[in-house]
Design a protein around this ligand. Structure first.
Ligand SMILES: CC(C)(COP(=O)(O)OP(=O)(O)OC[C@H]1O[C@@H](n2cnc3c(N)ncnc32)[C@H](O)[C@@H]1OP(=O)(O)O)[C@@H](O)C(=O)NCCC(=O)NCCSC(=O)C[C@H](O)C(=O)O
Ligand SMILES: [Mg+2]
Length: 289
């Protein structure tokens, strides 16, 4: 399936250095995995993590979960070797940390263009610095761009803002990135919820991200997967409503009318686009199981 058509309800970070977690993920019901070489890996473990990760990914076993490798930045001592190692296994996507300009995307794209194993490799961008957020629209136009991942921990650090349950200090950044992503047909996945044992807090933040328009949530622990999968999936009631809207609109159209009424609300062509997207998402989710 085209990467853009896949679901991204649950996008789990796995430290590239943790063999047990890399193995466990093969049986977790996640839509996508970020195999991390950046912040989840200690400095002294970086080279070993790169070797372990490339070997693990070459062996396979992750089924239809989208596989994304987060590299260290090109300005670090590990960035170049990370990209070279990732390119050799022809990954579905590489994720660049702390992207602040489309130039950073261009430079990686040029290297991917020159590598025979990377014809279909996408570039994803961590959106997690004030400069990156301000340049979101330009970054979204970069070659091979597939999606944005919100890095709300780094962003909060850079803004010097407080962590609040309503994430008010982050709203402008979340919405700016969503608008840029939607303008250019990219996926946009929300940031992590750090308190991985707090189910109620996670659910509330997932619901907020979903209501904003996010495709899903990045996660740090297997215990968070079920809630994200549930919140970001269309509910049975939404699927049933979408079907009724489509049927009612087709009936109206057959009579030469451009508007139908369902449950006391008008249904026009634009609502049918949303209804069809809901059904397509439900189908894509079904194909994951
Ligand atoms: C948070 C953790 C350090 C907790 O680890 P641990 O104490 O080992 O948890 P458990 O004992 O409860 O683990 C139970 C089993 O689950 C496996 N496990 C744990 N985490 C993962 C995972 N992420 N993926 C897959 N499997 C996982 C354990 O191996 C246990 O397995 P088993 O023994 O077989 O039952 C840990 O969860 C962790 O390291 N999480 C990831 C942290 C991380 O990736 N951080 C970086 C990304 S966040 C970020 O950088 C965001 C962004 O850049 C920003 O700026 O916001
Ligand atoms: Mg970060």
């Amino acid at each position: 399936m085209d990467l853009a058509a896949r679901p991204y309800r649950s996008v789990l970070y796995i430290p590239g250095s943790k063999e047990r977690a890399l193995e466990k993920a093969k049986s977790l019901p996640v839509d996508a995995i970020i195999f991390d070489l950046e912040d989840a890996v200690a400095v002294e473990e970086k080279p070993n993590a790169r070797t372990l990760l490339t070997r693990t990914l070459s062996e396979g076993g992750y089924g239809n979960r989208t596989q994304i490798i987060r590299l260290n930045g090109a300005d670090t001592e590990w960035g170049e070797a990370d990209l070279a190692a990732a390119m050799d296994i022809g990954p579905q996507a590489v994720l660049l940390p702390k992207v602040e300009s489309v130039g950073q995307v261009n430079r990686v794209a040029e290297k991917l263009d020159a590598h025979p194993a990377c014809a279909d490799t996408q570039i994803w961008a961590m959106m997690e610095t004030p400069r990156g957020i301000l340049h979101a629209d330009a970054i979204a136009t970069g070659p091979r761009m597939g999606g944005f991942i919100m890095g709300t921990n780094d962003l909060a650090k850079e803004l010097n803002c407080r962590f609040r349950a309503d994430r008010l200090p982050l709203q402008m950044a979340l919405q700016t990135c969503l608008m840029a992503a939607r303008s250019h047909g990219l996926i946009c996945v929300d940031g992590v919820y750090n308190a991985f044992k707090d189910e109620a807090g996670l659910r509330a933040e997932c619901e907020q991200g979903r209501d904003l328009g996010m495709d899903g949530k990045t996660l740090i622990h297997p215990a968070q997967v079920e809630i994200a999968n549930e919140v970001f999936a269309p509910s049975d009631a939404e699927i049933e409503l979408a079907r009724r809207q489509i049927a009612a609109f087709e009936e109206a159209e057959a009579k030469g009318v451009g508007v139908a009424v369902v449950d006391g609300k008008i249904v026009e062509n634009l609502h049918i686009v949303t209804a069809k997207a809901t059904l397509a998402k439900a189908d894509a989710i079904s194909s994951m199981t």
